[in-house]
Design a protein. Sequence first.
Length: 614
Amino acid sequence: MSDLIHLLPDTVANQIAAGEVIQRPASVIKELVENAVDAGATTINVLVVDAGRTSIQVIDNGSGMSETDARLAFERHATSKIRKADDLFDLHTMGFRGEALPSIAAVAQVELTTRSADDEIGTRLTIAASKVMSHEPASCPVGSNFKVENIFYNVPARRKFLKSNATELNNILTAFERIVLVYPDISFTLHSNGSELMNVKQGSLRQRICDVYGHRFNQDILPVEVETALCRLTGFVGKPEAARRRGAHQFFFVNGRFMKHAYFHKAVLNAYERLIPEGTQVPYFLYFEVAPADIDVNIHPTKTEIKFENEQAIWQILSAAVKEAIGKFCDVPTIDFDTEGRPDIPVFNPTQDSPHVPKVSFNPSYNPFTSGSSPRHTSSASGSRPQQDWTALYEAAFAEKKAPEEVQFFDEPVSANALLQEKSPAHYQYKGRYIMTAVKSGLMIIDQYRASVRIMFERYMAQVTDHTAVPQRVLFPEAVQFSPAEAALLRQMLPDLTNMGFELSDLGGGSFAVNAMPAGVDGDPIALVRNIIADAAEHETTTSAQGSSLDGVHTTLSLTLARNTAVPHGQVLSNEEMETIVNQLFSCSNVNYTPDGRAILCILPQHDIEQLLG
């Protein structure tokens, strides 16, 4: 029998390893920019074409590389960051595995131009699919210039599954922001197809946050700073009034490395308990400095999962620090207690006679188990304890429990139309939330808000499809500022927003002016536009292929508008208004569920009502 096991060629092994490290163009930018940071660069410029599909270029003014180092850097597990296994527990750099450059060169065409300060002339190296195509001297400034073209050109399956340009650009911006927020002492620029998306200068951390996410953050964040024997914690947390239902910017960084940590996230939310509405979140930018030996970052290739040796203690430090920041910098309104009927507490006066000690009278012969006894001295009949029939109070506890009622829905339009014809013309509103109406089979209960969401959703979907929306100009245009990632997403959605009746003007620098809103839509235009963008980013409606992405954008826009214009819980409705909602609901394509899958109505059957009252 011939041998079956054999070694894979280096090119195949590199492509397999690249699948873990290089997942999309954003991964290339992350690795190259982190290498530039480790090289001591003070200026880093990133240029992408077609969201990185065609070209990615990272230029830095770091230490650069010699001719030998430039060639050796593309060998697997070749690194200048560590030398022995013990160095894994004393990491002070972003990279250390020596896998990034070989992985990039395995799936793309790479051109490196670099020069160190000790060399008079630089080196230009060209590699394609792990093969060195050319290696020659070149004239260049000190630093490195990486140009990565045609990513996944030799792995067609990986290239085919790349998302749309808008989605990949959003991923690039997300990865870029995570690095920019850590190094305020480095200047960064990001260009896409020749347009500048981000340009941040050296400055303080607070200034860097405002440069990335807008100057409104300067008024919404509170500083956090605490230093203990276990860790040093700095950064900013949002004020309670800055809480948002979606789209809050939340970041944890450990020793300059972005991480995701649900346990620490809960610690921050616990500090805001009963300070923000339920279901909302606050922004935070928190930076941990921990001894490298106390954490393990070598868990996942993306290095976003980090284990802590003293996780519970750091959780308590984090929670206490956030609570201290909120209590120290937030003005807590004083509570004006009602003093009416408050007992007067006399002030001690040594010149007056000492107060009399109160005396307690009791009946020593009182026995609670004797029906004729009384706790007072007088044993009159009025002082006797009333008799209670305790058996009647427990009858309900031992009564047979009925099975829970099942909600009835209607799947076929014929059944819904038949039900609509047999409903009662009179309706009743219960607690400002539910519309109750009698039908032949029992009592129908409709959630007025969810029914209105379904009605308005289908109306807006028809408007965006037929381009029949009517814009209504606002009296005074209002400006709203977005982060680079949100601004890129908004530019992608502008045609659909225009079809729905919005009119927005791009003012540059991530700022937009809201000039018109869809007719019939009330409320804060800035909050409405922010909710639309937050919904689109949260549900990742543009992460599919370009054809299906458009449907996702339409759905998100229509659902967000429907939620903002629906009849809210608590609004009192007349019988005519309730009749209109019921009729419009049963004319929808789905009367059972809202677009996000929540039940709209149910029916309490007639025979169950009779059994309850039988």
